[in-house]
Write a protein that binds this ligand. Sequence first.
Ligand code: BEZ
Length: 224
Amino acid sequence: MSTETPTLRLGSTAPDFEADTSNGPIKFHDYIGDSWAILFSHPDDFTPVCTTELGAFAKLEPEFSKRNTKLIGLSASSAEKHRAWAVDIEDVTGAKVGFPIIADPERKIAHLYDMIDYQDATNLDDKGVQLTIRSVFIIDPSKKIRLIMAYPASTGRNSAEVIRVLDSLQLGDKNRITTPINWVRGDDVIVHPSVSNEEAKTLFPKFRIIKPYLRMTPLEVSDP
Ligand code: BEZ
């Protein structure tokens, strides 16, 4: 596997890789299968912010499963250490981490996905080598990257935001809509600009025109 960093953009194919994880070896694309996937990195095991994040994602795993989405974490240490850390995570947060955490002590996958920390001089391992940032990739069943988020080591993520974007992407794939600022499942959506008013009358009988370029509509959505 190359340690070259490809330029990953929205729409790029998520690079495939083989790796050891807390649940045993995986081939990434086989792990994703026909599901969506959330790949999210952590700087290191037995660190405070990461412990809260892993616990939160573990508690929310049923919500991701309902959305046909698999979780997979990554941290720059060994699978054995990940398994020991999972005991602590359950102790602290009450949540059992059932999804795999990739073991990436040599940062091979971190380089592949451009997750290395280039800005925080304190985010280093005990040998002085840079750790990873908090990256989030949402990957769809065709293995295309649909969202990239990057947070510094100092800032824990917002798990609700990850679900919110997933809901928006999945709804947008099924309906000709987009979602406005701070939208959450159940709120009105925006009629996609490519839909004419004539088409909208059929597709979204309750749509309303706020401006010619901003048309809102309720959308019936079943529970995920
Ligand atoms: C943390 O998870 O708390 C953390 C990890 C690395 C650097 C800073 C914070």
